[in-house]
Write a protein that binds this ligand. Structure first.
Ligand SMILES: NC(=O)c1ccc[n+]([C@@H]2O[C@H](COP(=O)([O-])OP(=O)(O)OC[C@H]3O[C@@H](n4cnc5c(N)ncnc54)[C@H](OP(=O)(O)O)[C@@H]3O)[C@@H](O)[C@H]2O)c1
Length: 334
């Protein structure tokens, strides 16, 4: 199960590469040469789907991630699917580690943002262009109309929405069909499943972000790691699943995943991803890692087979399992 199709015809590797962590949120940013080489290795491994955004950077290098992908993916541009986003900026005046984002989805702002992304990504089109967060000041129908214009100009080939609810999906899709939505989805964050009937009905793919619950579901972390996250630029320092109390609450969850991993001769991270890959043919997780060995491990999730009965048994267990809260992302306009 190497590839899958989002919407009508966007073919992507069954596991995509989320690239945010190479530029922000998880502590130290690797140097450019290292990251360019890592992305080249990811292409060699078989990743064909890369996720970025103008938002993925720090105050000193606000668009670092798009610039990185522009450089790293240039030699492979025709072989890969590039997804980026628009419509939010960090409020750099916010002193919190988990900084607030401010939305602006006015047509001129989206159009300018796209032109800037095209330059940074060194390309003349974006394969999948998302609105990163809904802007309460701009009706979603107006955003859909803007996206339709950009599609007609050949600058974007598909569009999507991120962090959205059913009503917004329906209104947007009625104006200009969506190919995918990108929402948080993992064993620790299953409310996204409420959208499944709508996505199935409208033939819209789900690109699952933070599919490893920011790494926790790999069972690779212990309480001893928590102090490593205590840097001002590491969002794990403010994530409820990465606290001593959270880790205690997640013991049964991690034990379940570990047990299944041993049965399937896979790793816990692979089970966490296979659980969603094998649940629906239109779900594509986009885990992120700064390490080649982990990128390989994560891509290997597409080879782990869980039957529908096995997926259901996991769901049933999750329904009744104690677990901590999970990180909910940057506050929007608050
Ligand atoms: N649309 C949105 O609003 C939105 C929001 C958040 C994220 N995203 C996208 O989704 C992508 C993934 O989300 P995410 O980075 O938040 O969460 P994630 O993929 O669930 O977790 C990433 C974390 O897990 C660790 N990790 C990954 N694979 C591992 C493995 N096999 N073993 C042990 N640890 C592993 C990584 O550490 P190492 O780097 O040290 O391996 C990193 O700290 C992002 O890169 C971004 O493209 C989108």
């Amino acid at each position: 199960m190497d590839y899958r199709t989002l919407g009508k015809d966007l073919k992507v590797s069954a596991v995509g590469m989320g690239c945010m962590g190479l530029s922000r949120s998880y502590g130290e940013r690797p140097d450019r040469k290292y990251s360019v080489d890592l992305i080249a290795q990811a292409v060699d491994m078989g990743y064909t789907f890369f996720d970025t955004a103008p938002l993925y950077g720090t105050e000193d290098a606000p668009h670092d991630n798009e610039e990185l992908l522009g450089e790293a993916l240039k030699p492979y541009r025709d072989k890969i699917v590039l997804a980026t986003k628009c419509g939010v900026e960090f409020d750099w005046s916010d002193p919190s580690t988990n900084k607030r984002v401010l939305t602006d989805a006015h047509p001129d702002v989206i159009k300018k943002s796209l032109e800037d992304s095209l330059k940074r990504l060194q390309t003349d089109h974006i394969d999948l262009y998302y609105l990163h967060r809904v802007d309460p000041k701009v009706p979603i129908e107006e955003v859909a109309t803007t996206m339709k214009e950009l599609y007609q100009e050949g600058k974007i080939l598909h569009w999507g929405l991120s962090a959205v609810d059913e009503a917004t999906i329906r209104k947007a899709h009625a104006v200009f069909p969506l190919t995918a939505i990108e929402n948080r989805y993992s064993m620790m964050y299953r409310s996204t499943e409420d959208l499944f009937p709508t996505l199935e009905e409208l033939n819209i793919g789900l690109v699952a972000y933070s599919p490893l619950a920011n790494g926790l579901l790999t069972n690779a972390y212990t309480k001893a790691d928590l102090k490593k996250f205590a840097r001002g630029d590491d969002n794990r320092s403010v994530m409820p699943q990465f606290t001593e109390e959270g880790m205690d609450k997640n013991k049964d969850l991690l034990a379940l995943i570990q047990k299944i991993a041993e049965e399937k001769q896979a790793t816990p991270g692979q089970i966490s991803l296979a659980w969603m890959i094998d649940k629906k043919p239109w779900i594509v997780p986009i885990p992120g890692s700064k390490k080649a060995s982990r990128l390989k491990e994560n891509l290997g999730a597409r080879d782990v087979e869980l039957s529908q009965d096995e997926v259901k048994a996991i769901d049933d267990a999750l329904d009744h399992m104690e677990m901590s809260d999970v990180f909910g992302g940057a506050p929007v306009n608050k």
